[in-house]
Design a protein around this ligand. Sequence first.
Ligand SMILES: [Zn+2]
Length: 279
Amino acid sequence: MDYFVNLKTSSQWTKRTFSSISILILCLTFATPAHTWGLKKELNNPETASTCLTVKALKNKEIVYSLKIDPEFLNNFPVSELSLEIETALRIWLIHLEKLSGSHVKISRNENTDQSDLVVEIGRREPGDDSNGAFTQTILQPAPQRNFIKVKINADLMSSKTQTSYQYQRISKFLEHDESLESMLEEISFQEPQTLDEFANRRNITHADVFWTPYRVFSHEFGHAFGLCDTNPDLFEAQCDPEYRSTPPQRPSIMLYSNFFYLTNDDLEGLKTLIMRFI
Ligand SMILES: [Zn+2]
């Protein structure tokens, strides 16, 4: 009997504890909601706003980019592959901007960074850079030099989560028999849009394998170049403008956890807000 009573008491205690924990988790979840799109605070500076790719695309109907690769990484990341990846990742954003604004936007490459809207750099991490492998920065220069957006990948970075080390590798490593890089990028971003996990499962590789590729970085970092902020709880308050951000229900997005090769509905809402603000 004592045993039975104890069991009952223990079961009630367990139920109460469990429901208290559930309520606590729910409260914490709603206390720090993860947002799924927001506009960068720095767009309140007119000079910065005029440098973002949304404004460049709407105003010039063209985005000019240049690519700078540290020679020591040229063998790992050939120019031809990176150019294709940059242009495809720009189109992930531009196809929607074109539909929403009704105007075609040309993409061109220029070796001269002084004539570029977007400069993509692949190189070693510089002293003082504490970014997690990649970052996007608005570079404002004294006139007559041109302002531009810089996207940098620290190709020497080794990330070691758990017991495995990861380093950036080219996505072409995961091509299937007879497949071209161009057709693979077209498939995963446009014809049969995939998440990183779907891509990894279909090709029998890990999430980390595909996460540490320049193409995944471009898909996310170009969202910053167009004017969106990081919306994960750690960065949201620091980066995102309280006047321009998503409201519940929150849904997954590229700008939240960088798990997509295509824009989700929330990324689209963010892009739409950028266009409405700057058109
Ligand atoms: Zn980011």
